[in-house]
Design a protein around this ligand. Sequence first.
Ligand SMILES: Cc1cc2nc3c(=O)[nH]c(=O)nc-3n(C[C@H](O)[C@H](O)[C@H](O)COP(=O)(O)O)c2cc1C
Length: 369
Amino acid sequence: MAGNTSGTLFAVTTFGESHGPAIGCVIDGCPPGLALGEQDFVADLARRASGRTRHTSQRRETDAVEILSGLYEGRTTGTPIALLIRNTDARSRDYDDLLDTFRPAHADYTYWQKYGIRDPRGGGRSSARETTMRVAAGVIAKKWLAERHGVRVRGYLAQLGAITAQRPADGAIDWEAVERNAFFWPDAAQVPELETAMDALRKAGDSVGARVTVVAEGVPPGWGEPIYGKLDAELAAALMSINAVKGVEIGDGFASVAQHGSEHRDEMTPAGFLSNHAGGVLGGISSGQPVICSIALKPTSSIRMPGRSVNRQGEPVEVVTTGRHDPCVGIRATPIAEAMVALVLMDLALRHRAQCGDVGPVTPRIPGS
Ligand SMILES: Cc1cc2nc3c(=O)[nH]c(=O)nc-3n(C[C@H](O)[C@H](O)[C@H](O)COP(=O)(O)O)c2cc1C
């Protein structure tokens, strides 16, 4: 199956299915000398894992990474890094019914039409289980970006269904609060409201959409290619490749439609930018402001509420999906979105270094807003 690799100089190829023996990835192009060990992966994989709370799928993934290659004495050697995670809690019988029927809004129908064969167990390759390896590869990118450039990539859940995260007047995000609840929600006071909404949803057998925002701080000016390979275009493609994502915004995104130029432009003074409507990207190139992007995730398609579909013979059927599913896939999407942003930034940092590494500072860098 083509289409399993992302990145140019930092290229990540993932493999594996939801209910196969293992999932994994090969990362080609990691610079040599980066200290790396299996313990580096623990925190982010635990943030992505299901079963942390009653509000996500109850599949309990242990997600222990094995590093198969690319390291010598705890440092990357510049050769391909292969990572493997064995699948431990797959209940394939939950999916027997799906062999013959297509869940509305899932990838069952399109995979079948494209390949003429499909692994229905847990959604096979279309399962978000694959995103575990993006998070693992993202750990390496985050570490390199932090050590080499002081870049920090962090995300939060900005909206769950109709509930929007409250922000203080200065717009600051309480990153400590984000990490203290399983929703990645920045306002602790709203968490009980989320819990109530999710309990009602689970009882009803329905699902809901969400919005996740990622902020990358410390990105220097200059990353991103001018025409093809623009930073915002690469971010959009990478974020759109996450399962269930139906929209991507950079900076103010679609809100820019109703703005005037006098409002949207981020004015500059020697003391810094005065605003960040652009989300840190101008002309496809990072401006030195925080890079800000958001994704819209659709509601989970596998729900207990009956829905109409067809079977492989094209006959009408009623689909009711049981098994262990996320009632809101956005809850676990925050670390995945962070990982995709980190992968893009690292790839573009290496590409910038390859062509423009000798340019050096030309104008004093002004701080972001
Ligand atoms: C973290 C995460 C968890 C997901 N969990 C489920 C799930 O439990 N059940 C489900 O039907 N879809 C789930 N999805 C969404 C499907 O993988 C996705 O809808 C499917 O592959 C079809 O692709 P599309 O929605 O991008 O068109 C999840 C997505 C993410 C990002």
